[in-house]
Design a protein around this ligand. Structure first.
Ligand code: XMP
Length: 510
């Protein structure tokens, strides 16, 4: 790739990915690199600058992450943030100690003269989250900012181009945080601003053509954004040498399978094979109530069905995967407990006869994948669609799954989605869908007693799905969704709205 790169060294802070995104949003390509990476790996990026992220540790902890001290010998500008600042001080001979008073949240700050703070108000507000602070500066450094609780809220050695800030410029609550990052990139690192999505398209297409030549390529399409964008990119690069397999497990939203075929096969002329495996999935799921077992069965069936179809295609040279950057990072660093085992296409390589994997989205965040999809000319309905779990409606039908229940849920869900779109809320709500509860209750229709299902409506706002809040949907939107569902969908006589945040609930009901 022929663009400049900023290396962001990851010390485990919760905003590490955010820093990378902020830098990319400022048109400079950035990559997150683990703190224990050898110096040669960092050097190989030929970075124009290095940023140290924050982290949960104290520099004195036994297992505190460290970075190779040679990083300061690369002659490349360094910006240390929070833990990254303390580590910079610690490694270069400064004094780090417990702060007299812990600072958390929005904090008044006074900036002094620094290339980092050019063009911003000296009396300002930043976002702090620290218990240690730097009490003595390393030799050759001068202070460039302070707060009530932190005498060295920023410091620098402008000659060696090493800068450090205790606060978080990447968090929106630091009023001029973006300008500070911009100053670091453009004034200190002399960035050219040569990263943008349209270049990425051309670069990737050229790289794929160069690699694949006239080889055969196979791709699994799920209907989700990532695989759709990856397949479209490959199609642009290799045309008919790409074959896509779309496994329809029968648990998609109403009309979704037809929509995928229309957009990709009919409109774009992709070599797209649809396998209708709904009977097999339904059969294998019959009587299964446990959500984790549902996920396991669907994951296994998906791989089996895909493998069978791939056999018919025969030997291929490449297998495409829609892996995106957070998957790469999470699989490297994640240590969290498994709440739900997410089904994905990770098992496909074992059932396909291929030589090499291509992961064209490996360096992109979700919002960048969407931007890329739009740059490739994909319709908004595909690119901006809400996240949809791999096991589909199986985890939205509580208890055992039948064809009848799938139909009820598809119809109710379709109505809810229509009402949300009509109200113009589809872009501001992270996910919105219907759940078929396993509960039936008494109702009255005309003069008749009914005993039918309860549909739960779920709509949440979120930035990454890790935490979420229930969406405060206007009453009239809920009212029309509810009234249409009970009137238009058979076997439903009650609609409830889920008003639980995550945590303690999760977004999906199963
Ligand atoms: P939860 O329900 O865990 O969901 O709060 C967080 C996000 O993950 C999606 N989700 C899944 N995605 N396979 C997937 O591919 C799964 O098994 C699965 N379960 C939940 C969910 O839709 C939300 O976006």
């Amino acid at each position: 790739m022929n663009h400049q790169t900023i290396v962001v060294i990851d010390f485990g802070g919760q905003y590490n990915q955010l820093i990378v995104r902020r830098v990319r949003n400022l048109n400079v390509y950035a990559e997150l690199v683990s703190a224990d990476a050898p110096i040669d790996k960092i050097r190989a990026y030929n970075p124009i600058g290095i940023i140290f992220t924050g982290g949960p540790q104290s520099v004195f902890a036994d297992d505190a992450p460290k970075v190779s001290p040679d990083v300061f010998k690369l002659g490349v500008p360094v910006l240390g943030i929070c833990y990254g600042m303390q580590l910079t001080a610690h490694m270069l001979g400064g004094i780090v100690d417990h702060a007299d008073r812990r600072e958390y949240g929005k904090t008044d700050i006074k900036y002094e003269d620094s290339i980092l703070f050019n063009g911003i108000d000296k009396d300002n507000v930043c976002w702090m989250s620290h218990t240690d602070c730097v009490k003595g500066l390393p030799q050759g450094f001068k202070r460039t900012a302070y707060t009530a609780g932190c005498e060295n809220a920023a410091f620098e050695d402008n000659k060696r181009r090493i800068y450090a800030v205790q606060f978080h410029p990447e968090v929106v609550h630091t009023i001029d945080g973006n300008k500070i990052l911009r100053n670091f990139l453009y004034s200190v690192c002399k960035a050219k601003g040569d990263w943008q999505m349209t270049d990425f398209v051309g670069e990737q297409i050229a790289a794929i053509r160069n690699e694949v030549k006239d080889g055969k390529v196979l791709c699994g399409m799920s209907g989700g954004v990532d695989s759709a964008v990856a397949a479209t990119l490959l199609h642009k690069a290799v045309g008919d040498n790409l074959t896509c397999i779309f496994v329809d497990h029968g648990l998609l939203r109403k009309n979704e399978a037809q929509e995928v075929m229309r957009v990709f096969r009919d409109e774009r002329g992709m070599n797209l094979i649809k396998v209708d495996a709904s009977r097999q999935f339904l059969h294998d799921l019959s009587g299964v109530r446990d959500p984790e077992r549902k996920r396991k069965i669907i994951g296994k069936d998906f791989i089996d069905v895909f493998g069978e179809e791939a056999k018919k295609v025969g030997k291929v040279d490449y297998l495409v995967q829609g892996t995106i950057y957070p998957d790469v990072i999470e699989s490297g660093l994640g240590k969290s407990a498994v709440i739900k085992s997410h089904h994905n296409v990770g098992g496909l390589p074992s059932v396909v006869d291929f030589k090499k994997i291509i992961e064209p989205l490996r360096s992109l965040f979700k919002d960048e994948v969407r931007e890329l999809g739009l740059a490739l000319g994909l319709p908004e309905e595909i690119v901006l669609r809400q996240p949809f779990p791999g096991p589909g409606l199986a985890v939205r039908i509580i208890g055992n799954i039948t064809k009848k229940k799938i139909n009820i849920l598809q119809d109710a869900d379709c109505i809810f989605r229509e009402e949300i779109s009509k109200a113009g809320l589809n872009k501001s709500i992270w996910q919105y869908f219907a759940v078929l509860t396993d509960m039936r209750s008494v109702g009255v229709m005309g003069d008749e007693r009914t005993y039918d299902y309860t549909i739960a409506l779920r709509a949440v706002t979120s930035v990454d799905g890790m935490t979420a809040d229930w969406a405060d949907i206007p009453r009239d939107v809920l009212a029309s969704a509810s009234s249409r569902i009970v009137n238009e969908v058979k076997c439903v006589n009650r609609v409830v709205y889920d008003i639980t945040a995550k945590p303690p609930a999760t977004i999906e009901w199963e």
